[in-house]
Design a binder for this molecule. Sequence first.
Ligand SMILES: CC(C)(COP(=O)(O)OP(=O)(O)OC[C@H]1O[C@@H](n2cnc3c(N)ncnc32)[C@H](O)[C@@H]1OP(=O)(O)O)[C@@H](O)C(=O)NCCC(=O)NCCS
Length: 87
Amino acid sequence: MLGFCWTKVHRSPSSPIGEIYVLAVRPTHHGRGVGRSLAEAGLRSLRDRWIERAMLFVDAANTSALGLYERLGFTITCTATAFSASV
Ligand SMILES: CC(C)(COP(=O)(O)OP(=O)(O)OC[C@H]1O[C@@H](n2cnc3c(N)ncnc32)[C@H](O)[C@@H]1OP(=O)(O)O)[C@@H](O)C(=O)NCCC(=O)NCCS
């Protein structure tokens, strides 16, 4: 297996939204268009279920994923900051 794209649908009576929940490509095959193809297939499968909007969460340091999602037309709608400390 070269990779996978796991999608979810968040149901709400007014506006259901799809999510690219997990997307991953085997590291030996990064940079060859596999991630883009998988993400596009995931978005098609959402459209096939009549879902018109999609969202996802991504770490701000994940430059390859950020590049991919931006190429697919996603834009940042909100950011979250997580704090941690040694205890
Ligand atoms: C993110 C990931 C799925 C990308 O898969 P990939 O097969 O390497 O990506 P692609 O070759 O399809 O590249 C698609 C686009 O992403 C962008 N991209 C890919 N690698 C990039 C990098 N290192 N830096 C910047 N942009 C990058 C490019 O803009 C590219 O667009 P183009 O096809 O028009 O050139 C892959 O790096 C991965 O599995 N990472 C580990 C798991 C992960 O972080 N998943 C995302 C969690 S939200």
